[in-house]
Design a protein around this ligand. Structure first.
Ligand SMILES: C[S@@+](CC[C@H](N)C(=O)[O-])C[C@H]1O[C@@H](n2cnc3c(N)ncnc32)[C@H](O)[C@@H]1O
Length: 391
């Protein structure tokens, strides 16, 4: 448990400004039952009013949709329908549910587009179900979210207790132990489970980075916090000329060696250590690295750790070398719910770090001595935004 690592907030002006007065005026209208009734009746406002009502209802009832999804995945309905359409009776028999219960679940799953009804009481996948069926990362997250959900059962208690008091923090405890200078064990099931989860969800992140950044100008890449090497495996497939090195906590690095060798990537230099305490390694054969990647690393850590890591990265890059920061960020237009709501509470439950805006990273990178920072647009900023800093 620890206090939140949040930046000091400037105190507000004593007189409310124009924006504040407008918000108070707007909210007094929105809260008024007669305005709500009137806006539903007025043809010009009805569409907007319905959209607002539907979106608010989605926020109030979202947990039911999440649990419908969890049941459809856990009972094998998504996997079964990905192979072929099936009848309600077949799905009930496969999953051991009573027919009436399966009917109720399928109706709920159809309502949120996970499945779609066919003639003759049969079902196939809906659009969301079809997009999910082969997405190993999303399926792994659905399983993993059971821990987070347990912490969120009493959100006020979770916030009162302070960061990292619940089930999710246990999952990540090996990295926190390393932060306290305690050795993490390769046998720790958390080490394996966490790294496997990250590897499953990594390809969709790697795709964003590989499509957005030109790796061809570089020769040696060091991936810090590289887990089991899933990111480097994707890089190697597209850029075989690059020398590759991975740095992660010793038990994770030990597992990464086996995973990479099994994938035919024994050329990747794997180093075990902690970026909090140890110097950053060089590339394969001791060659200096000219590119460093931090993929889904910085938001896991508090400001002091991040600032020190950025300074280390800066010191180990030659002039013109580049640092890549790729992760979902706070304040991302159109993805605020992901950056600020999901990651904000996820990292609180995990017990360390915070979602940061691109502007916050720019300031930290400047303080670490990077000369220039540019953002490269990715196709799905919700999954990862990409900052490129020049040494
Ligand atoms: C969120 S995972 C991201 C893994 C990978 N980059 C990805 O995107 O799939 C964070 C990684 O940072 C590693 N890590 C945490 N603390 C570390 C430390 N002090 N030194 C080195 N690696 C660390 C973890 O073991 C884990 O593999």
């Amino acid at each position: 448990m620890s206090l939140a690592d949040s930046p000091p907030r400037p105190s507000g002006p004593s007189q409310p400004g124009l924006r504040e007065r407008w918000l108070l005026w707007r909210n007094s209208w929105l809260a008024s039952p007669s305005f709500q009734r009137w806006s539903m009746r007025l043809p010009l406002l009805r569409g907007t009013a319905r959209r607002h009502a539907a979106s608010m209802f989605g926020v109030i009832t979202g947990f039911v949709y999440t649990k419908t999804l969890t049941a459809a995945v856990d009972l094998g309905i998504i996997a079964r329908l990905a192979r072929a359409p099936a009848s309600t009776a077949e799905l009930a028999a496969d999953s051991g549910l009573e027919l009436a219960a399966m009917q109720r679940l399928l109706a709920a799953a159809a309502a949120i587009d996970l499945v779609e009804a066919l003639p003759g009481d049969r079902y196939t996948l809906g659009q969301r179900g079809a997009a999910l069926a082969n997405n190993k990362g999303a399926l792994a997250m659905i399983e993993h979210h059971k821990l987070f959900y347990a912490d969120l059962a009493d959100p006020v208690a979770m916030l009162r207790t302070g960061r990292g008091g619940g089930a999710l923090a246990q999952f990540w405890s090996y990295a926190e132990a390393a932060g306290r200078g305690e050795p993490a064990s390769a046998a720790d099931p958390g080490t394996q489970a966490y790294s496997s989860l990250m590897a499953a969800s990594q390809p969709m992140v790697a795709e964003q980075v590989l499509d957005a950044f030109d790796f061809r100008k570089h020769t040696q890449l060091l991936d810090i916090g590289g887990g089991h090497g899933a990111f480097l495996a994707e890089v190697a497939a597209r850029h075989p000329h690059l020398g590759l090195a991975l740095f992660d906590l010793p038990p994770v690095a030990a597992a990464a060696r086996g995973v990479l060798a099994a994938r035919g990537l024994g050329q990747v230099a794997v180093h075990g250590g902690s970026f909090r305490d140890d110097p950053l390694p060089a590339g394969p054969g001791g060659r200096p690295v000219d590119l460093i990647s931090l993929v889904r690393i910085l938001h896991d850590h508090d400001d002091g750790v991040v600032q020190a890591l950025l300074a280390k990265a800066r010191a180990s890059l030659p002039p013109g070398g580049k640092l890549l920061i790729a992760e979902p960020m706070a304040g991302t237009s159109g993805a605020e719910a992901m950056g600020d709501a999901y990651f904000g509470l996820y990292l609180w439950a995990m017990g360390s770090g915070r979602p940061r805006t691109a502007e916050a990273y720019r300031a930290m990178l400047a303080a670490a001595g990077f000369r220039q920072v540019r953002e490269v647009r990715t196709a799905l900023p919700m999954v990862a935004r990409l900052l490129v800093a020049s040494a």
